[in-house]
Design a protein around this ligand. Structure first.
Ligand code: SF4
Length: 402
């Protein structure tokens, strides 16, 4: 029967040559002492020759061995009192490495047709995000444009109110939009309906929405829209995307959201800055504008999610995946290794306050900001500005996935 042969002991190698064994042990100790002290191991001839300084020259072998042994003991003592390294405090649930981006795949068929394959993990990402959203209430849940129409009014009035709330919401916080809508509902003579919008003086309308960003322009857009609705749409809002985007101050994002919320028809995805930014962070695509993001998503996202994804990601962007200073350490997508942009360490948020900055408003006029606050974490940039006579505006920019 074969016995188990003991593994060769590297230290006892050359036991027949005591001087060789001593040298090996001495070199190992010296190497250990050098490496553990964070220094580079000296060249072999330096070890053999010993330090070149005057005091050490001519040191006997026994003294050198003692010094090395003391080095090791001192090092071991220091190690015992050293505070735990940062790496040791990272919770085990955090992934050590970011997962790869798994974008939607564009596959060209033999006939030249391009089909788009959904990102591999999209359902897990979507469902995990939905579960997180259920745990935290976001401003959009109670003050989003879809929930601001007065439900005691007729369906036609409610559609008008949804359209106006979307017009007011551009570059404005949900809380400010909601306050302006409640002001209109409470103070427009005759209630919030098309007739009252046609009759109210522009100055009065402007006063009622004065906290909203770019309220001067929005007053003009709302008054002009009211006339178009009366003259071209029989007093109701258009029920097509083309009709909605033809209204002053209404872009594709508002049009798709309005179609969905006011008419219950999902003809496209309402992609705002949150949807654009977060889906890029997830690595689903690499797009430069919200319109490009919309085209990418519509190519593969099941239609039954087209309405919900906006609400889902706006709230997620308001609470966890913030435009600046996203809270990856609170995010299940980071702990489950589902987000390629997860920040495993908190990055500093830079804040800067300036005065007297000029900002170009939508019609090309230049206005002055009384106070402007910019925040950036290297990936997102957020600007909040109190404009001269134009209310408070909020803008976000996204410089690409981090
Ligand atoms: S970037 Fe951070 S907060 Fe945003 S989805 Fe990824 S892990 Fe979550």
């Amino acid at each position: 029967m074969r016995g188990t042969r003991p593994a060769p002991d590297p230290i006892s190698n050359g036991a027949d040559h005591p001087s060789s064994s001593n040298q090996t042990t001495r070199r190992s100790l010296r190497r250990f002492a050098y490496q553990e002290n964070g220094r580079t191991e000296p060249a072999q001839q330096d070890v053999e020759a010993g330090p070149a300084s005057g005091n050490e020259q001519g040191t006997s072998l026994g003294k050198r061995k003692r010094n090395i042994a003391e080095d090791v003991i001192n090092h071991t003592k220091a190690e015992a009192h050293r505070p735990p390294r940062k790496q040791e405090t990272v919770p085990e649930s955090k992934p050590l490495r970011k997962p790869r981006r798994q974008p939607a795949k564009h596959i060209k068929g033999p006939n030249g047709n391009v089909t788009v394959e959904a990102p591999a993990d999209w359902q897990r990402v979507y469902n995990t995000t939905a579960a997180m959203r259920k745990r935290v209430l976001a401003p959009v849940d109670t003050m989003g444009c879809e929930s601001l129409a007065d439900t005691t009014r007729s369906p036609q009035d409610q559609r008008l109110q949804t359209l106006v709330s979307l017009m007011l919401s551009s570059q404005t916080k949900d809380t400010v939009t909601a306050a302006a809508m409640w002001n209109l509902q409470a103070n427009l003579p005759g209630g919030f309906c098309l007739e009252s919008l046609l009759q109210v003086e522009p100055e009065e309308l402007n006063r009622l929405i004065e906290k909203v960003g770019f309220h001067n322009n929005k007053t003009k857009f709302i008054k002009a829209t009211a006339i178009i609705l009366r003259d071209q749409y029989n007093g109701d809002i258009p029920d097509t995307i083309e009709g909605l985007v033809s209204l002053p101050g209404v872009g594709p994002k508002m049009a798709y959201l309005c179609m969905s919320a006011a008419w219950g028809r999902d003809e496209g995805i309402g992609v705002d800055v949150h949807v654009h930014r977060i889906t890029n962070l997830w690595g689903w695509h690499k797009t430069a504008t919200p319109e490009q993001t919309r085209a990418e998503l519509e190519a593969w996202l099941p239609k039954d999610r087209w309405h919900a994804i906006n609400h889902l990601l706006v709230g997620f962007g308001q609470t966890i995946c913030l435009p600046v200073g996203r809270k990856c350490w609170e995010c299940d997508l980071a702990s489950e290794g589902l987000c390629p942009s997860a920040q495993l360490n908190r990055s500093p948020v830079k804040k800067k306050v300036e005065v007297g900055v000029e900002i170009k408003v939508e019609d090309g006029q230049v206005t002055t900001a009384e106070e402007i606050v910019t925040q950036s974490d290297g990936v997102g940039i957020k600007v909040e500005a109190q404009l001269d006579g134009e209310g408070v505006v909020e803008m976000q920019a996204f410089s690409g996935a981090g």
